[in-house]
Write a protein that binds this ligand. Structure first.
Ligand SMILES: [Fe+2]
Length: 333
């Protein structure tokens, strides 16, 4: 299969991944996890929702937690466009593609375009948000992991090739990809608009489902401190995978599950990639079994993910056989 090429110029200007909207059962538990332990900043809160941001972010929110008695889901993945005109161009683009598109008013973010991508992921685009102070040098307010800003989301999808083609059509660039040895059958694609390797990652799996949202932290020590703080606040068992170092993207990372099971990655950020001659980096599937250090993730890291509201996951045509912690330990015996 051919690797999709990015469309230039993009049909409308997406600047970055902006936010995720999750539902949670207990806002007090979410507040303890995200704010007390991990150090997210509260922009607004009431008895229905928490609006959180990282310490570098001037935009109102990068993480919205909405109280719900129903099973926890991800309502939408948020993306930013550059101008209000881009929002109108986006609406026309999705309508021409025969995909649902509706303009609504979003809290703290004005005109918001609700759409679904080609694999059924609920998205929302906005062109602006309410502004809050950046807390970069407000050191007394730095806590836990000291999350700086949202970086990317990862989505499990049964049609990674189709997702890649769709997002390349929106002007996303493929920075890295994983394919079985000797083929270009895309299993993982790392897609970006903002000039580092990821804004949206698609991985082969039953979906669409949200695998994780990722926030950058200042350095490796903050990943360790996040683990210490999670343990201190009773969330030690919520550390799911890591600390470790990624192959694709190369960052140091740790993955946590929040009190509702939503997955969060904190990681040291990536390299810059924006020059036109930068071709996608290829990773053979077999190479991922050769770790320079660290343990592989538990099976659940591959299989479990947050459902999107009202979206029934579809099974992938191909099921992988990843190296899991369980398999690794069995082979060591
Ligand atoms: Fe990630």
């Amino acid at each position: 299969m051919a690797i999709p090429r990015s469309v230039y110029p993009a049909p409308f200007n997406i600047t970055r991944t902006s936010h995720v909207v999750l539902t949670v059962k207990d806002l007090a538990a979410s507040r303890a996890f995200y704010c007390d332990a991990l150090g997210f900043v509260i922009s607004d809160e009431d008895d229905q929702a928490l609006y959180l941001r990282g310490i570098e972010e001037a935009c109102h929110h990068s993480l919205v937690l909405k109280r719900s008695a129903d099973a926890p889901v991800c309502e939408r993945v948020g993306l930013r466009v550059y101008t209000e005109d881009d929002l109108d161009r986006a609406k026309h683009y999705f309508e021409r593609a025969g995909l649902p598109a509706a303009l609504v008013e979003g809290p703290h973010q004005g005109r918001t375009l609700h759409v679904c991508d080609a694999v059924g992921t609920p998205l929302e685009f906005c062109a602006s948000m309410a502004v809050r102070p950046r807390l970069v040098v407000q050191f007394p307010q730095h806590k836990g992991a000291c999350p700086q800003r949202i970086d990317h989301v990862q989505i499990l999808a049964p049609d990674v090739q189709g997702a890649c083609a769709f997002y390349c059509g929106l002007g996303f660039r493929l920075s890295e990809f994983i394919a079985p040895d000797g083929t270009d059958d895309l299993m993982f694609v790392f897609l970006q608009r903002k000039g580092n390797p990821h804004d949206i990652v698609f991985a082969n799996g039953a979906g669409p489902r949200l695998h994780h949202a990722a926030f950058s932290v200042p350095d490796a020590q903050h990943i360790i401190h996040a683990c210490d703080m999670a343990g201190s606040f009773g969330f030690g068992a919520n550390l799911e995978y890591g600390p470790g170092r990624h192959g694709p993207g190369h960052a140091l990372f740790a993955y946590f599950r929040d009190p509702d099971g939503h997955r969060l990655e904190v990681f040291t950020t990536h390299y810059q990639v924006m020059d036109i001659e930068n071709e996608p980096v290829r990773w053979n599937l077999s190479s991922l079994r050769q770790r320079s250090w660290g343990l592989p993730p538990r099976r659940q890291w591959y299989d479990e993910a947050s459902r999107f509201l009202g979206v029934e996951p579809r099974a992938p045509a191909r099921t992988g056989d990843p190296m899991t912690l369980e398999k690794f330990l069995a082979e060591e015996e």
